[in-house]
Design a binder for this molecule. Structure first.
Ligand code: HEM
Length: 181
């Protein structure tokens, strides 16, 4: 089960400030949320096409139920992110996502590339739309996406390190048992 990193609300708030996720930025994202969700849904098609075409990960995506399951999880995450609530549920979800990904055999660039493709495709779709995003809108979208990516990829590495440390500690215990030292 995913565990929330022991990080206080004050620390989280300092982190968000560092990413310049101020009230203006989060209000802007909330206001754009219906549009962002429409674009995210379409952008995901390209993300899955890209994943299916990549020999490192294609095997997982050859099963259509896997895509259906992941699409739902990814969209639910976009919904949580663009709501900008930054509550325990949101932070638990980012930790859980990092943990789930850390258990697969892929490296972190697979996830950061997917974030990059989602973000750039959303920007393209917004540009093609009648009502364009302003510079401030694009800045807000970039800030929130990179913040979320930092949390999920940070959790990914945290859980990988935790797993490696647990394995190392088991090896030491077995060595002690075998040598009797
Ligand atoms: C924009 C990037 C991504 C987001 C937002 C995202 C989101 C998520 C979420 C929320 C879950 C949990 C789903 C649930 O059970 O509710 C999940 C699981 C999973 N993700 Fe991702 N994901 C991303 C990229 C990727 C990529 C690139 C891969 C491909 C290698 C991937 C593979 C998986 C797999 C295989 C699971 C299921 C793990 C399990 O059942 O234990 N994800 N992802």
């Amino acid at each position: 089960m995913a565990r929330l990193n022991p990080i206080s609300e004050e620390h989280r708030s300092i982190q968000r400030e560092f990413f310049r996720l101020d009230e203006d930025t989060t209000d802007r994202i909330r206001h754009m949320k219906p549009r962002l969700m429409r674009y995210a849904e379409r952008a995901l098609e390209g993300v899955f096409d890209h994943l299916v075409a990549n020999p490192e990960v294609a095997h997982y995506f050859e099963i259509s139920e896997n895509i259906t399951y992941l699409r739902a999880g990814m969209l639910a995450h976009c919904d949580r992110l663009f709501a900008c609530r930054f509550d325990d549920l949101y932070y638990e979800a980012t930790d859980q996502m990092g943990e789930r990904h850390s258990k697969l055999e892929y490296q972190s660039h697979v996830y950061t590339a997917a974030y990059t493709n989602m973000l750039t495709r959303i920007i393209e779709l917004a540009h093609e739309d009648r009502k364009k995003f302003s510079t401030e809108d694009l800045i807000a979208l970039t800030r929130i996406t990179l913040y979320d990516m930092e949390l999920t990829v940070g959790a990914f590495h945290h859980h990988r390190i935790e797993k490696r440390d647990a394995l190392n500690s088991d090896v030491v215990k077995i060595q002690h048992l075998l040598t009797g030292s």
